[in-house]
Design a protein around this ligand. Structure first.
Ligand code: SF4
Length: 460
């Protein structure tokens, strides 16, 4: 859960990157950072918080140059502290280097132990730092170093690297996380996790980086390389990006996210109809497009029965227990006349622990719903993600431990219906090469047992 953005050869690179990070804010709200290059130096500014809170005129003025990379973070690995904010900038082989990473490495612990035994001193608890130490120990140009190092790195990585005179964009051989190349109005390369960020800075999306591609940019232009010339790409792009994570106005993995979500909703209506329904409402925002598809297919009215507050950040104040369901009320509010005395189909993107869904059902009942039918735009989430999405341990996933009846009882819904795994894949309109491990347990990159245990420890 992170977003990366980079721009090469444009005036006010830090301000363009600042805007681009706004377009990726949904991918991480814990910290934000920008590193620019001018002359022989890199300039860095990063803080905890959202993009608009981290940067102002003063901080952006401290970031000169026509080249920049930026990062928004939601921690999936390493603690949520400013030391772990990215881009991560270091002195490297006589020069400076900064790195911004979206994803999770599954063999970071082994690589780290190996590097520490060989004398490397780590400054953060992030898996991203492993890249830097491995690159420092390799030899050759930056691309040659990457080609030596990356075949040993397992897991998910869409990465931007900046030195004073070159930028590199890399996508792991499975392409778990998206990374899109666009063009500025001056024809300069702009890179972003999602196309939504490119359009915000008026860059035109050109193509997605291929899984396993290294794109090198310097004053001589752009060259494309492979991480390894020997291996055939085997895409396993994160299907959950399409369900929940990416912005619906983005185009990733060769598809428009909004259209994929509507197709999912249509299929959900076929697989999980509700006989006596009066209205379809979404849990906004990520359930919205699927609810539109559901309503269209079912021939039911679509209404905004829940309104999301976009201003609810993290809160540190717990009210007295007399205010029930406080957390969800900060974010969602019912439109009572849409719900009252109606049989409501409520479409959400997924159910993780079930606690939020239960509060939503309660909220709809309190607003006068005659019946509440939960419809979920993906299959039951039964496995944790180790490739860059923050999911809890298996034991905390309601669908991993409870029967459908028990889930319905827990949510106190009149019915609960999930999309099938076939229905999910069919909704991709013939495209294939997805990771669906959180629904099937078919992990495309093996996850060491240690990793399962570490996830548990981090959450304890
Ligand atoms: Fe995406 Fe799920 Fe695979 Fe993680 S396990 S990469 S969330 S599909």
């Amino acid at each position: 859960m992170c977003g990366v953005f980079g721009v090469w050869g444009v005036p006010e690179a830090s301000r363009i990157t600042y805007l681009g990070l706004h377009g990726l804010q949904h991918r991480g709200q814990e910290s934000a950072g920008i590193v620019t290059a001018e002359g022989d130096n890199l300039f860095s500014f990063k803080r905890m918080g959202r993009v608009a809170d981290v940067f102002d005129e003063k901080s952006l003025n401290q970031l000169p140059g026509t080249v920049a990379i930026g990062h928004v973070r939601y921690s999936t690995q390493g603690m949520s502290i400013v030391k772990n904010a990215q881009p991560f900038a270091v002195e490297f082989a006589g020069t400076s280097l900064a790195i911004a990473h979206n994803g999770n490495l599954t063999n970071a612990n082994e690589l780290r132990a190996e590097l520490e035994a060989a004398g490397s001193l780590f400054h953060t608890t992030m898996d991203t730092e492993v890249f830097v130490h491995m690159l420092a120990r390799a030899e050759g140009t930056l691309v040659e170093r990457l080609q030596k190092v990356l075949p040993r790195v397992r897991g998910a990585f869409s990465v931007l690297i900046l030195t004073p005179n070159q930028m590199v964009a890399v996508r792991d051989p499975h392409g778990f996380r998206p990374l899109v190349l666009g063009r500025s109005s001056q024809g300069r390369p702009v890179l972003a996790s999602e196309s939504s960020a490119l359009r915000l800075v008026e860059a035109v999306p050109e193509r997605e980086l291929e899984p396993g591609e290294i794109l090198h940019i310097d004053t001589n232009g752009e060259t494309s390389h492979r991480i390894s010339e020997d291996t055939t790409p085997s895409p396993r792009q994160c299907i959950f990006e399409h369900i929940y994570f990416a912005r619906p106005d983005s185009h990733i993995f060769g598809a428009r996210v909004y259209e994929v979500r509507k197709a999912i909703g249509r299929r959900l209506a076929v697989e999980q109809p509700v006989a006596d329904a009066d209205v379809v409402i979404p849990v906004p925002d990520s359930g919205t497009a699927a609810a539109i598809g559901y309503a269209q297919e079912a021939g039911l009215p679509y209404e905004m029965g829940l309104i999301r507050s976009h201003y609810a950040g993290r809160t540190f104040i717990e009210p007295s227990s007399s205010i029930r369901h406080f957390g969800v009320k900060l974010k969602l509010s019912p439109v009572e006349h849409v719900i009252r005395d109606r049989s409501v189909v409520v479409v959400d993107d997924s159910i993780v622990r079930g606690t939020t869904s239960r509060k939503i059902v309660r909220m709809l009942r309190d607003a006068g719903a005659k019946a509440v039918h939960m419809r979920i735009a993906c299959p039951p989430t039964t496995h944790s993600c180790f490739y860059g999405i923050d999911t809890p341990t298996r034991g905390e996933l309601i669908a991993a431990t409870q029967s459908m009846d028990a889930i319905r009882n827990f949510l106190d819904a009149d019915s609960v219906g999930y999309l099938s795994i076939d229905g999910l894949h069919d909704s991709m309109s013939g495209r294939s090469g997805y990771c669906d491990a959180c629904f099937t347990g078919n992990y495309p990159v093996p996850v060491p047992q240690l990793h399962f245990q570490q996830k548990l420890t981090e959450r304890d």
